[in-house]
Design a protein around this ligand. Structure first.
Ligand code: SF4
Ligand code: SF4
Length: 135
């Protein structure tokens, strides 16, 4: 009768003096792998605009079909995304869009805290991709 209790106490004592494996998240955070594929963001040029040239390669390669692009032209004739949107709820974070992009415009960042309350919050528009935090 008392033997299981003693066994349990022995285990408690053993774990009490073992190295701690848990952390106090979110006050403490583990370093994540540089290869982590988190939430997307757009690289910016010095003027703060996206470097995307609206080639459509990311749209073509996306296996989840979750990227939509509307091509627009600047006054100097260069192409730019008039609208660009990723549905993060359909995205499988494969990273193909990042790999396919010829100008490294669309990137997958390190952000892994993407819990939201509404579906609309998961639509990554051009503006959100430009303002999102890479870290
Ligand atoms: S990470 Fe993959 S699924 Fe997500 S938008 Fe890019 S290509 Fe599509
Ligand atoms: S993000 Fe890259 S691959 Fe996608 S349309 Fe823009 S330039 Fe092309």
């Amino acid at each position: 009768m008392i033997l299981p209790l003693l066994k349990g106490l022995r285990l408690t004592l053993k774990m009490f003096f073992s190295p701690q494996v848990t952390i106090r998240y979110p006050e403490e955070r583990r370093a994540i792998s540089p290869r982590w594929r988190g939430m997307h963001y757009f690289e910016k040029n010095p003027a703060g605009e996206t470097t995307c040239v609206a080639c459509g390669l990311c749209v073509a390669v996306c296996p989840a079909r979750c990227i939509s692009l509307a091509i627009s032209e600047r006054a100097d004739g260069t192409r730019t995304p008039g609208a660009y949107e990723i549905d993060a709820l359909r995205c499988i974070f494969c990273g193909f869009c990042q790999e396919a992009c010829p100008v490294n415009a669309i990137r997958l960042g390190q952000d892994y805290e993407y819990v939201h309350e509404t579906r609309a919050d998961f639509l990554l528009t051009k503006e959100r991709l430009l303002s999102s935090n890479k870290g």
